[in-house]
Write a protein that binds this ligand. Sequence first.
Ligand SMILES: *Cc1c(COP(=O)(O)O)cnc(C)c1O
Length: 226
Amino acid sequence: MTMIAANLQDVRARLAAACQAAGRAPGAVQLLAVSKTFGPEAVVQAFDAGQRAFGENYIQEAVQKIAVLRHLPLEWHCIGPIQSNKTRLVAENFDWVHTVDQFKTATRLNEQRPAALSPLQVCIQVNIDQGLNKSGVEPHDALTLALQVARLPRLRLRGLMCIPEPCADFAAALAVHTRVKTLMDQLNAKGLSLDTLSLGMSDDLEAAVSAGSTLVRVGTAIFGKR
Ligand SMILES: *Cc1c(COP(=O)(O)O)cnc(C)c1O
């Protein structure tokens, strides 16, 4: 078995245990394998071990990988910051984007999504802990942005994404992750129908699952140190 296959087994076991501990159904949380900085051969190893959904941060790097691996039935998620001059590449190459935090970006993605493809699946990134210089809409602006994005026909708004600052312990991580879950519940109470909470990485996936994450983004624990 390859190292990547063994790591995937471990991460799936961690996820299953976290779901059980949280009283959630096994399989309630999707695993996104974050393959940034790793080459196509690493993605193929994960694919051979059953992984289908991959996350990438650097758009140019991702587009090359996506092209090389076009023959495989993979699902690609953009989880990195999107400059205006990169929206077309995102719209044309990815299935999901987790990092929309401005209406301007959303309108460009909507205009540039090719008609032949299904709508681009979108999460709005939220800056839940007031991290300086951090991407993400402020929580009090999330409803306005979500209502605007939900109206764009070539996008399908699915949920919220967050990258909280690292926390000292489980309780602190659970508290901050729960703030994102609460925000999603509040948006749904205002008439949105968000079903995706993109929350949790290698070091904090247990706390994220406990808070209600439906999708964890795991890089290091699968592919090793970058
Ligand atoms: C790199 C990255 C991850 C994966 O982080 P690990 O700690 O390696 O699991 C998840 N989400 C985002 C947005 C990232 O940039």
